[in-house]
Structures are given as C-alpha cells and as structure tokens.
Write a protein that binds this ligand. Structure first.
Ligand code: NAG
Ligand code: NAG
Length: 253
C-alpha cells in the first residue's frame, strides 16, 4: 500500500517536471517589428525577433516576401529559438518583408509583417554652388539640397574652414525639414563660404556639400526681391524670393 502511494507521488512529480499540462495552441509572446539597417556599414548579424508560447513548444518557420525561407539551403539565414538571424545583411539580397510562423500539433499562427529596409545617403554632387550676393541688413537663405537617401536626416552648416557648426541664434536658423540655412540682417562678418553637413543616423553616415560662397552686394544695386522678402539662390543660381516673417519662423521651414 505504501509503495503504491509512493508511485502515485512519483508520477505526479514526473508530470510536473516535464511541464505537461493542458495542450494549447501557439500564442505569440513576441512578433517581429520593422528594422532599418545601415546599407554602407553592414553589421555582421541582424536579428528579427519571434517567440511564441504553446504546449507542446512550437516550432518556427519564416517567410520572406511571402515565400518560405529554406534554412537547409541558406548560409545567410538561421533560426535561433524563434528569431531569424541574418548574417552579413545586404540590401540587394535581404530587403523585403518578413513573417514568422509558429506551429504545434494544435495549430499554426502567422505573425505581423516586419519590413527590413536599408538606410543610405549618397554623396553630394561636387559641382560648385553659385555665389549668393546679399546686401548688408538683408536676409538670405542658403539651400542645402540633400542627395538621394533613405532614412531620417539632420542638418548642420559650417562656415569657412571652421570645424565648428554655425550656431543658431536670433539671426541664424537651420531648418531640420529642408536643411536650408536662413540668415537675417546680414553683417559683413557673415561673408564667406558655407557648407551643408548632412547626417543620416540610421545609415551611420555623414556627407558634406560643396561650399556656397556668400558675398556682400555693394549698396545701391537693384534688388532681385522686394525689400520685405529674403533672397537666395534658386536652381542654377537664379534668385528666389521668400516672404520675410521673422516672428513666425515656421513659415520658413
Ligand atoms: C521583396 O520584395 C520587394 C518589393 O517588391 C523587393 O524590392 C525585394 O527585392 C524583394 N526581396 C527579396 C529578397 O526578394
Ligand atoms: C571661399 O572659397 C573660395 C574657393 O574655394 C576661396 O577662394 C575663398 O578664399 C574662400 N573664402 C573664404 C572667406 O574662406
């Protein structure tokens, strides 16, 4: 009789240790989300996350652009738990959509779609920028014109050979929308070469444009723009006019 009790307790223990319980369908604990990787400095590995609960423990598969990834045939893709690990990610081969599938005998679930994209920024064209001339006391806008890119950009300008960025103040403003530099009430000390400096954080790359020379226009010459507007270089060096609303710089973005 005592032996039988011991046997019952032993069986209960084995059951608990094996984690056996009511079988259950797979259920995602983690689904893959969009990833933007740098195109120019590929990391050695990139990981798309996936994990699911379920009893028995689920097995995983992945789809790339709606096609099953054949892990036996690929050296670039491997499974780590539910995660998809891509070694030496490259835009041409790996950009696309990914979905994770988790399967056990009770069913299969398909994750949300994650996009894998590659951030980049090309170099500026090297052709020199046309000179911008401005009268003392006038406002001016210097256009940045960033090169083709994918990924968010941030902008700064340098002046002459100084490695320091032009500081924004009550007269100077750099639009983080367009990269353009606005200078109000130009002073003789503003004359010189301005260079736009563009950073793509996701691409882990910065590029600098060709310098734009700013010169002072002698007084008395006719202005290309009415007095209450800013002048700046247009495409090909023509003048552009901008309404001067210094109180509300939002109109200048
Ligand atoms: C997946 O589809 C996108 C969009 O059609 C395409 O640009 C990309 O090259 C494809 N990726 C692969 C790995 O086939
Ligand atoms: C601006 O650049 C031009 C051409 O590179 C150079 O001749 C000139 O001296 C520069 N001006 C200043 C103020 O550095």
């Amino acid at each position: 009789m005592r032996l039988l009790w011991k046997l019952v307790i032993l069986l209960l223990l084995i059951n608990t240790c094996a984690g056996a319980g009511a079988p259950s369908r797979p259920d995602f604990a983690q689904e893959p989300s969009d990833v933007t990787a740098p195109a120019d400095s590929p990391r050695s590995e990139l990981r798309l996350r996936c994990a699911a609960n379920g009893r028995p423990a689920p097995r995983y598969r992945w789809k790339q652009n709606d096609t099953d990834i054949d892990f036996t045939a690929s050296r670039h893709y491997r499974l780590d738990g539910g995660d998809l690990v891509i070694s030496g990610p490259r835009a041409e081969r790996d950009a696309g959509t990914y979905q994770c599938l988790a399967t056990n005998p009770l069913g299969t679930i398909l994750s949300q779609t994650a996009k894998l994209r590659f951030a980049y920024i090309e170099d500026f064209e090297t052709k020199t920028r046309s000179t911008v001339s401005v009268r003392e006391g006038q406002g001016v806008v210097l256009l940045c014109g960033p090169p083709p890119h994918f990924g968010g950009l941030s902008y700064a300008w340098t002046f002459n050979d100084s490695p320091l960025h032009v500081q924004e103040d009550s007269r100077r403003f750099v639009s983080q929308e367009t990269g353009n530099l606005y200078i109000a009430k130009v002073e003789p000390s503003d004359v010189g070469n301005y260079t736009c400096f563009v950073t793509n954080q996701e691409a882990q790359r910065s590029v600098r444009g060709p310098p734009t020379p700013l010169v002072q226009r002698p007084d008395g010459k006719t202005l290309a723009c009415p007095g209450d507007q800013l002048s700046g270089p247009g495409e090909g060096g023509g003048a552009l006019c901008f309404p001067l609303l210094w109180g509300g710089t939002s109109s200048l973005h």
